[in-house]
Design a protein around this ligand. Sequence first.
Ligand code: AMP
Length: 420
Amino acid sequence: MTTTTFAALGVAEPLLRALAAAQHHTPTPIQAQAIPVLLAGKDVLGIAQTGSGKTAAFVLPMLQRFSAAPGNRTSSPHGLILAPTRELAIQIGEQIARYGRESNLRHVVICGGIPERRQIDQLRRGVDIIVATPGRLIDLGQQGHLRLDHVGIFVLDEADRMLDMGFVRDVRRIVGAMPARRQSLLFSATMPNDVAQLAASLLTDPVRIDLAPATITVDRVDQRILMVDAARKRAALIALLNEPAFKRVIVFTRTKHGANRVARQIEDAGIPVAAIHGNKSQSARQAALGGFAGGRVRVLVATDIAARGIDVPGVSHVINFEMPKDAESYVHRIGRTARAEAEGCAISLCAPDERGELRDIERLLRRSLPVSDGNHLAGNEPASPRHHQSQRPNEQRVSHIQPDAPQRDRHPRQHRRRAA
Ligand code: AMP
């Protein structure tokens, strides 16, 4: 957190009241840097990920600028926020409602998984701000339900994930439908070349705000690697989930099929669980998220893309049932815990043939992670033939996981995320 206040950043009174009601007393670093620049009308390139407070950083100036100069309300909005996933779009919509409760601005969330009719009706009544995923926005635009020729502020959120998901053409098409004279913002957790190129084409003389937030998030997470044979992972997972300290847990799997299977196994062990992945309907996903946030289900099993944008406070543990294929996903996964300045614990179950993925993660983080043997957690579960290869020279056998007493890394890493 910073020492400045929202008022000192130039945030106006109605928004200050909403921030106080939301218990946001101090701006986060991205808010402190971005809000004055955005209020001044400049373009921004923000290297920030979920958990940094980036949503409020772009929502507050947008609300303030539109409240000061209310335009005619039509189906041609003044603000457009593009997000890669429905969950993220819905969460951004919720934040607009929360901060803009006194602003009399109307927003609509346009994304798949929700009946088109409702969104079309909302557009007909007139909107100031649209939050959208690309596909449905283009569909409704093609059907003549909305136009983008009055967009004065455009936000592209989670640009790296947007490109990962293959949305680059859609994004360019949407940008082509907007006026060239506008304020543009691009937020991304990482800055690979394709995102940097997109940023260069979208933004005019942007102010770059790079907080390397992944470093901040990752440093607050107590990370452990448990070497567990593939055949023993299921039993090891159940043993961990039966520990009382595992109060609110997200379990990551690589595939949708894997998410369903692991969720069934957890359910069979009598632990309240829900799964969230791309094959689930929007209502099923919202129900799962609602149950998890409300504490009715203690464990949420998720795939990477479905989990993007999950913003549930108080996640005590993230468990990687499999090591993620790419190291950056690891950072995103473990960032689901240790949110809003809290601490959290991430445990990765690593089979011997996943050591390559572990090496990639350690290379990205620029430090080695504490590794211990977790096979004993599985009790008498049969070992896989590779069991005997699982010990690294420095591996210790842990008899008990104590997630509430994290052993902090005594050598804080100085890594930076990939820079542009
Ligand atoms: P975001 O990075 O936008 O996904 O925000 C992460 C979480 O931090 C959300 O639950 C926000 O409500 C919360 N948050 C955002 N700004 C602040 C703040 N200044 N103080 C406390 N919490 C905040």
